[in-house]
Design a protein around this ligand. Structure first.
Ligand code: GLP
Length: 261
């Protein structure tokens, strides 16, 4: 696991975009894993700028979302599909038809989960997966207690996550859905490269647990310790509780010139 501590959100945005661009340079038809939430927005803006300047093209890429709320009416502006369209898909040159999300309008939700797993497998798996982290350590919507080998399925959100996400629903926790469909931790760990991003002091404990804590369903993001290629991009505040902070800084500064992400 590579832990990169950067000064601010703008630097994190550039580093995250660099990590994705490296994959697209190697394979212009790379499969991208997209995350919602506020943390990846700087990365999406940076990617959009690079596409706008003609430095990068995502035209041949395909993409999969991590998760989606259950119970929002179709087209709701806070559905993750609407958010990713607004914040990313509409700003770059990826074909919207090649961006897939779990079908939470399906009457057979378990069937829709299995179909989603099959679609990811049929695309050849995800090359680079962006991840945020919840203040309770969740990745995607794998809340504490999630199986570390879980696949895409329906989950119930914790009160903490619903409180955290109420800001997107006018501050009204009752407007935040109780259920979601989320890629499982096992699904996420199948991606070839994981890029987890965290900003701000509210994420500091989750970051400490995921990087330095025991692997445990109590902090689902700690499962990333079992993956061979993980990049963790942090601002100073999110890195604040890391015990080995100085070692991570020294390692990053001393990287060999040919080493990318
Ligand atoms: C949500 C999403 C996660 C995201 C997390 C953190 O619940 N399902 O994918 O990583 O919250 O969100 P934010 O980046 O807004 O703090």
């Amino acid at each position: 696991m590579e832990v990169v501590i950067l000064e601010d959100e703008a630097q994190v945005g550039r580093a995250g975009a660099d990590a994705i661009a490296e994959h697209v340079r190697r394979d212009p038809a790379a499969v991208l894993g997209l995350a919602t939430g506020s943390t990846p927005l700087a990365i999406y803006r940076e990617l959009a700028d690079r596409v706008g300047r003609g430095e990068l093209s995502l035209a041949r890429c395909r993409a999969f979302l991590l998760d989606e709320y259950v119970g929002l009416p179709p087209g709701h502006p806070e559905s993750y599909r609407a958010v990713i369209d607004r914040e990313f898909v509409d700003l770059v040159d990826i074909d919207p038809a090649h961006v897939l999300s779990p079908d939470c309008g399906a009457t057979d939700l378990p069937g829709a989960c299995a179909t989603y797993e099959q679609a990811i497998a049929a695309a050849g798996g995800v090359d680079v997966q962006l991840l945020g982290v919840g203040s309770d350590g969740h990745i995607a919507f794998n809340e504490p207690g999630s199986s570390l080998v879980s696949r895409t399925r329906v989950k119930t959100l914790t009160p903490q996550t619903r409180r955290d996400n109420a800001r997107f629903f006018g501050g009204d926790i009752d407007a935040v859905p109780r259920h979601c469909v989320t890629q499982g931790i096992g699904t996420i760990l199948d991606a070839r490269h994981l890029v987890l991003v965290a900003l701000g002091p509210a994420k500091a404990e989750a970051v400490h647990q995921l990087v330095e804590g025991p692997v445990s369903a109590r902090w689902p993001a700690s499962a990333l310790q079992m993956h061979a290629h993980v990049t963790v991009l942090l601002d100073e505040a999110a890195a604040d509780r890391l015990h080995l902070k100085n070692y991570y800084r020294e390692t990053y500064l001393g990287k060999l010139s040919w080493q990318g992400f």
